[in-house]
Design a protein around this ligand. Structure first.
Ligand code: SAM
Ligand code: DTB
Ligand code: SF4
Length: 350
């Protein structure tokens, strides 16, 4: 066991995060890979397929997002899909090898009118034997409980960036609003998926700040998506400078070290990334990807190219986890959030 991860949860200072980032690249990757192997089978990659269940015309003004109604990106808007259509997509994703099906809606929050259909989607997709994930914007306590009750495994809600840079990117909801929704998801016993976006013109310090916020939450998110900005014409971030790919890899590596038992997802941006950089991300501790025809509205690499890359690297798709009742998942999560890695409960839980 790597002594740097002896505490599964640790209150990180910004300076400590900076120190991790600023190590020589090879030292950082060596450390991250060592942590990765102590917690996961390094030959497995979790594969999730995304579907946009409601597209465009979003009232929020997130500057990166092609679906915001504030910008003209030429995206065709779509109302909430019928439950049967969502189930067809989910079956196709399962038959294509995905273990988890993630449904995303361009909403500030789900409306009372739409919410019952969303619950039905969770039940029916889960009945196909897939893990379920949703990202629907902010949730009330009642909505979080109802989603957990319907059997939703994961809820995705990203912090996106550091608290300091956040106001440059979004003005229609606050950082605290996001932390509050994440608290409701956690309290309802669902698994938390929360990460952010890099390559938005933020400083290195903002990348430290994002990871510091994620790792200092009351328990680590179960899944941490690290998105590289997909630049979409018509959004205010369309022309921002590219992030150095090595800084992207460093972000993955530091996320792995700080949240050793969480899945770290090499998320948006893979289409613009070469295979060598993706391989470095896997070495640095990324063990989850989006796989399928597209993300929500922008393309992914061809499925056959992804499978071929995994095969060339000797990696394989992770089989779906046995589903745990939500109450059991909550108990495991509670054990994980307090257990030390030298505590047998830790090994029992991960
Ligand atoms: N509307 C909901 C919300 O914002 O919580 C759910 C859907 S939203 C599209 C999900 C996440 O996708 C965002 O939080 C953001 O991190 C990511 N995202 C959106 N546009 C992106 C882009 N152009 N590049 C990278 N990530 C993006
Ligand atoms: C996440 O962190 N990234 C995914 C998922 N969670 C919902 C979404 C990426 C969206 C990229 C832009 C698009 O395709 O619209
Ligand atoms: Fe709306 Fe989500 Fe896009 Fe923000 S990221 S504009 S909330 S769909």
């Amino acid at each position: 066991m790597n002594q740097d991860t002896a505490d599964i949860r640790h209150d990180w200072t910004r300076k400590q995060v900076q120190t991790l980032f600023e190590q020589p690249f090879m030292d950082l990757l060596y450390q991250a890979h060592t942590v990765h192997r102590a917690h996961f089978d390094a030959s497995q990659v979790q594969m999730s397929t995304l579907l946009s269940i409601k597209t465009g015309a979003c009232p929020e003004d997130c500057k990166y997002c092609p679906q915001s109604g504030h910008y003209n990106t030429g995206l065709a808007r779509e109302k909430l899909l019928a439950v049967a259509r969502v189930v067809e997509h989910a079956k196709a994703a399962r038959d294509n090898g995905a273990a988890r099906f993630c449904m995303g809606a361009a909403w500030k929050h789900p409306s009372d009118k739409d919410f019952p259909y969303v619950l039905d989607m969770v039940r029916q997709v889960r009945a196909l034997g897939l893990e379920t994930c949703m990202t629907l914007g902010a949730l009330s306590d009642e909505q979080a409980s109802a989603l957990a009750e319907a059997g939703l495994d994961y809820y995705n809600h990203n912090l996106d960036t550091s608290p300091e840079y956040y106001g440059e990117i979004i003005t229609t909801r606050t950082y605290q609003d996001r932390l509050d929704t994440l608290g409701r998801v956690r309290d309802a016993g669902m698994k938390v998926c929360s990460g952010g976006i890099v390559g938005m013109g933020e400083s290195a310090g903002d990348r430290y700040g994002l990871l510091q916020q994620l790792a200092n939450m009351p328990s680590h998110p179960d899944s941490v998506p690290i998105n590289n900005l997909v630049k979409v014409k018509g959004t205010p971030l369309d022309n921002v400078d590219d992030l150095d790919p090595f800084d992207f890899v460093r972000t993955i590596a530091v996320a792995r070290i700080m949240m050793p038992a969480s899945y770290v997802r090499l998320s948006a941006g893979r289409e613009a990334m070469n295979e060598q950089v993706q391989a470095l991300c896997f070495f640095a501790g990324a063990n989850s990807i989006f796989y399928g025809e597209k993300l929500l509205t922008t393309p992914l690499p061809e499925e056959s190219a992804d499978l071929a890359l995994l095969a060339r690297l000797g990696l394989r798709p992770e089989r779906r986890h046995e589903q745990q009742p939500t109450s059991e998942a909550a108990t495991v999560k509670q054990a994980l959030s307090t257990a030390r890695s030298d505590d047998p409960r830790f090994y029992a839980a991960v």
